[in-house]
Design a protein around this ligand. Structure first.
Ligand code: ADP
Ligand code: MG
Length: 368
């Protein structure tokens, strides 16, 4: 099922006494989710992710704009008639019902030609439970399950009616790190198996990047960028997106372009052909540094962290917004003694941004 958001806007009346302006939680969203894809809706807390999801589900009405599922305009359709499955961060299971009863719950109210027999309900519940691998737990109550198991029950309940669209609001946030990793892979497997168009909301960029076909990066109710995770990572449209994606985060330096050379302090680190003289922010991915004793960028070594596969070199530079974190292969041997450390930069791991607008300046950076 293709899903289309057309100029979708949601305003809330201000709750603040001093600022009477409406909160624009979702500001003029237009995008299309292709059939069968998993979309990661990503952004910091308060940027409007849940509101977007609530508009899609029908729990909230948009101030303006339209929503289409396939060719159906569902904007005015109540939530229960949209055919959506919902999963929330807090599971929202019925504590007094067993796993089986929780999963069959959405099937109980089906009417007319959709009405199911007890037997059919049991079969559907079993299928959904099997998909999330909890078929052994059908007779337990939620309180007798781990967090991860409870979340699987919630997912099974959302899937049992074979929804047209599956909407997940931070579904993994209450799980511990290992379970979060495992459950996100499961979600991806289930989504690929069922091919249900899915919108997955998270503030965790790694989570979104790892399982999404496409990510939508949001800030203050405004879409910043839409694209495949790797494309957005490699070609961020502005400094916000560059900083939001990637762990460890991109290193940001203040610098300038002068005579088609890119300067950090008084060192010309790359050439920037075709770029006019200007003040810039320079973003360097942690994997964009190459140790070289004749390198063009000089920093002050702080410490080296060995992480097995890689080593992380942490150093300081007066023009950097924070400690400079570079990740280099562990085949590099490094004597830890303080003092200067010199790097060359990999041009395709460096992005420059206009200092005033923070928009990316597109150019072909080069070593010389
Ligand atoms: P997210 O899920 O990305 O953290 P939300 O969609 O929950 O963000 O909220 C987006 C903005 O809308 C926030 O500024 C929030 O305070 C505001 N907001 C959300 N729901 C309401 C509401 N019912 N009434 C007023 N403001 C709201
Ligand atoms: Mg939210």
């Amino acid at each position: 099922m293709k899903v289309v958001l057309q100029n979708l806007t949601k305003k809330f009346p201000s709750r603040s006494k001093t600022n009477k302006q409406d909160v624009i939680a979702v500001n003029d969203f237009t995008f299309e989710i292709p059939d069968g894809q998993l979309i990661g809706l990503l952004g910091p807390s308060g940027c409007g992710k849940s509101t977007t999801l609530n508009l899609l589900s029908g729990l909230q009405k948009p101030t303006s704009g339209r929503i289409f599922f396939g060719d159906d305009d569902v904007t005015d359709l109540p939530a229960e008639n949209r055919g959506v499955g919902l999963v929330f961060q807090n599971y929202a299971l019925y504590p007094h019902l067993t796993v089986r009863q929780n999963i069959t719950f959405p099937l109980e109210n089906l009417k007319g030609k959709d009405k199911l027999t007890k037997q059919q309900m049991q079969e559907k519940a079993y299928e959904a439970a099997k998909l999330v691998q909890i078929e052994e737990l059908m007779d337990r109550k939620p309180s007798e399950l781990s967090g991860g198991q409870q979340q699987r029950v919630a997912i099974a309940r959302a899937l049992v009616k074979m929804p047209r669209v599956l909407l997940l609001d931070e579904p993994l946030s209450n799980l511990d790190a290992r379970l979060r990793l495992q459950t996100r892979e499961e979600l991806r497997r289930i989504q690929q198996k069922t091919k249900i168009t899915t919108v997955f909301v998270t503030h965790d960029q790694e989570e979104a990047m790892s399982i999404s076909d496409m990510i939508v990066v949001m800030k203050d109710g405004v879409i910043q960028q839409i694209g495949k995770p790797q494309d957005v990572y490699d070609d961020p449209i502005n400094l916000f997106v560059a900083k939001f994606l990637g762990t460890p985060p991109i290193n940001v330096f203040e610098g300038r372009v002068e005579n088609e050379k890119l300067y950090i302090g008084n060192e010309a680190v790359l050439s920037a052909p075709g770029v006019k003289n200007c003040e810039v922010y320079i973003g360097v991915r942690p994997e964009g540094f190459v140790l070289n004793e004749n390198g063009k960028l000089t920093t002050k070594l702080d410490r080296v962290e060995v992480m097995g596969r890689d080593i992380s070199v942490i150093s300081y530079h007066g023009n950097a917004q924070a400690a400079v974190r570079s990740i280099i292969g562990s085949e590099n041997r490094f004597s830890v003694g303080g003092g200067d450390v010199k790097f060359d930069l990999k041009p395709f791991k460096v992005d420059i941004f206009d200092k005033a607008t923070e928009k990316r300046i597109h150019c072909e950076l080069a070593l010389r």
